[in-house]
Design a binder for this molecule. Structure first.
Ligand code: ADP
Length: 237
């Protein structure tokens, strides 16, 4: 479970996140949607523990800055940043050592195979294409078998096979009870996997809906998104 309570993040005096409160339960996949600059990445970075903020964030009951939370939280950043001089396999090994994982090799092999990195295992980070860098980033985040995982625009730069594989993995993780937050503006790409959506604008959550609520209206995610983000001057919900 991810519990965000009164999250405010200011860059100098500018509020990039303004008093966000929301919960994503075990086994739930939440989409953080919103136009560029809405504050999605900032919220994800605060949850991941990379930024200082006001408010409280808990990962499965642990304060997000605690070691217990870090052990169970996976994070795929918007811009992959592999180590230039580590090979693909050494990235896996680095994460395994940092997290003190036991018996990780088989899972690493499985992830690399599924994301078509197995034949790139000896390639250096700097030799990889943007898409391959993104795949390493995903494999590193999933190697720890996280109980909660954050994806910031995970599909940008991935080839169709990797997109399909990632969606499969998201389905498997959901079935295992993993809490998933995906920030994206490619709404059609998450149409078949989302349970809950938070539509952000100007640092605030403008609308929160469950899948059931949206389906009852006969809208799809994209239609809801445009209706919420294009209404000007009306009261927020
Ligand atoms: P999104 O992910 O929804 O596109 P961001 O969280 O990246 O939005 O950005 C939200 C707002 O915060 C934007 O106005 C952006 O310019 C601003 N911002 C993001 N990062 C920084 C930073 N490091 N310093 C100052 N302003 C920032």
């Amino acid at each position: 479970m991810i519990n965000v309570s009164h999250l405010t993040k200011k860059y100098n005096r500018y509020k990039a996140n303004d008093n966000l409160t929301f919960t994503v339960s075990d086994g739930e996949t939440a989409v953080l949607a919103g136009p560029n600059g809405a504050g999605k990445s900032t919220a994800i970075k605060c949850i991941s523990g990379l930024l200082r903020f006001e408010g409280e964030i808990e990962i499965c009951g642990y304060n997000n800055k605690s070691i217990e939370a870090k052990r169970i939280l996976g994070y795929v950043p918007e811009i992959p940043a592999p180590f230039e001089l580590l090979t693909v396999w050494e990235h896996m090994e680095f994460i395994a050592r940092a997290y003190r994982l036991n018996d990780w090799q088989e899972r690493a092999e499985m992830l690399m195979k599924r994301f078509e990195l197995a034949d790139k295992r000896d390639k250096l980070g700097k030799e990889l294409s943007k898409g391959m860098q993104q795949k390493i980033s995903i494999c590193c985040a999933l190697l720890i078998n996280p109980k909660a995982v954050l994806f910031d625009e995970p599909l940008v730069g991935l080839d169709p096979h990797a997109i399909k594989e990632l969606k499969h993995m998201l389905g498997e993780m959901k079935a295992e009870g993993t809490t998933i937050i995906i920030s994206t503006h490619m709404l059609e790409s998450v149409e078949d996997i989302w349970d809950k959506v938070f539509i952000m604008m100007n640092g605030r959550i403008e609308a929160e809906r469950t899948r059931k609520q949206v389906e009852e209206t006969g809208e799809n995610l994209g239609e809801l998104f445009f209706r919420i983000t294009e209404k000007n001057g009306e009261e927020s919900e």
